[in-house]
Design a protein around this ligand. Structure first.
Ligand code: ATR
Length: 306
């Protein structure tokens, strides 16, 4: 990647990073650095392969070195909940942390983002965990598929980490009826139980719908590998009954599910918007200002699809 920054790294440069294990395929440095450059910030966004058993030390190391913040990807998001000093409402609500902001205590006792201290950082600092994944799912679904989730009927495929968050967020955004299907039924049952407790207005059914749905959302990993089967049972559900189909997978750009959706005449979108919006929100949490979304989107698309 050619350097998008007008100024070279110097002694006042500040840092953000993504931690994952593995991390080498992450698109975050490409589109976050494009965003930082567009904002004119002398910051850089790096990527580090951090094994889970060293996550706590790696978070503290970044805090001590006055990083602005870090993003966390697989397999760190659940682990980090117990490793940060404070949890924002978003992290508490979804039970996972994908964004950490480092903060310093001002003489008046308030915690402020480190971005607000370009020179001297007060001695007392802490880490605060946020979740920007959940909001990114529904923002991307609504924007990319021109759909309103309030009152909608949705079929959700998958009840792993991403599926659970998607299910809860859809329910919290007012989906009226949610059909949950997962290879391991007990996991879908756990998610349905949580929805009934927390969002009782959403009707939750552990089966394929018999009638039409506004949205089919794939949160399984089926489609990532060449030759993967469809993530749903085509004998039990016909895609022509779906208005729109969203696949959380973004590489490949068109999974067998999205091909089938287009052939069935559904509106279809892949998960690149989710990746973009979780990063957009993270950048806004760190900087306190609106992120340059168009610049970030262009850099992300170029990085992922060439
Ligand atoms: P993530 O954090 O990305 O959600 P995960 O928690 O491992 O990852 O979840 C992967 C999802 O893909 C699960 O819903 C999983 O189904 P199980 O709960 O039964 O494991 C689903 N999945 C993975 N491989 C699958 C396969 N071969 N057939 C059907 N579902 C599959």
């Amino acid at each position: 990647m050619s350097d998008v920054f007008a100024t070279p790294i110097n002694a006042t440069t500040r840092y953000c990073a993504v931690y994952g294990h593995p991390v080498k395929h992450s698109a975050s440095p490409a589109f976050q650095n494009a965003g930082l450059a567009a904002l004119g910030l002398n910051w850089r966004y790096l990527a580090f392969d951090v094994p889970p058993e060293q996550l706590r030390e790696a978070i503290l190391g970044a805090q001590r070195m006055r990083f602005i913040g870090v993003n966390l990807t697989v397999p760190h998001k659940l682990l980090a909940v117990g490793m940060v000093d404070a949890l924002d409402e978003s992290a508490r609500s979804w039970g996972a942390v994908n964004t950490i902001r480092f903060e310093a205590r001002t003489p008046s006792g308030e915690w402020k983002p480190l971005a607000l201290f370009p020179d001297e950082v007060p001695p007392e600092t802490r880490s605060q965990g946020f979740n920007t994944d959940a909001g990114a799912i529904t923002r991307s679904v609504e924007e990319n598929l021109a759909i309103s989730l309030r009152g909608a009927r949705a079929l959700l495929l998958g009840a792993g980490g991403a599926g659970r968050t998607a299910a809860l967020k859809l329910a919290s955004d007012g989906v009226a009826e949610l059909f949950l299907v997962n290879r391991t039924r007990s996991k879908a049952e756990d998610v349905a139980r949580e929805i009934r407790e927390r969002f009782p207005a959403t009707r939750c059914t552990l089966d394929y719908p018999s009638g039409p749905v506004d949205l089919v959302l794939n949160a399984t990993s089926l489609g990532l590998k060449a030759g993967d089967p469809l993530p749903y049972d085509s004998a039990r559900f016909d895609l022509s009954k779906a208005g729109a189909v969203y696949d959380m997978i973004y590489r490949p750009a068109e999974t067998p599910l999205l091909c089938a959706a287009k052939a069935a005449g559904c509106r279809a979108a892949n998960g690149v918007g989710m990746l973009l919006y979780q990063g957009v929100k993270a950048l806004e949490i760190w900087t306190g200002q609106p992120a340059p979304v168009a610049v970030m989107r262009a850099a992300l698309v170029k990085n992922v699809y060439g």
